[in-house]
Design a protein around this ligand. Sequence first.
Ligand SMILES: [Zn+2]
Length: 112
Amino acid sequence: MDLEHFETRINDRITELADHLQRIKKDLDQPLLADLNDQAIDLEDDEVLEGIGQAHQQEIRLLNAALTRIENGTYGVCQTCGDPISEARLEAVLYAPVCKDCAASAGGERRQ
Ligand SMILES: [Zn+2]
């Protein structure tokens, strides 16, 4: 397994998410528009943006945990059964903590 490849991809993804978070924060900091109709729309947008922001923060946490596993030498090893996680799965889900079988038996991706 080419750990360097995954480390690079994880770091790139964290940078991308952090950039996006910055943009979202900037957008959320903008003062509400004076017009009431616009304000309502703006508030709705803010809720959506906050949702995206939280999802990004969660993903960054998972990606950082994956970087720690690369350091520890446990990246790509299923945390439930200890089997290797397929590289195809890791390519799709960079921070996958468990193998496909365990994820399926746990009812989808484990939430941390
Ligand atoms: Zn497993």
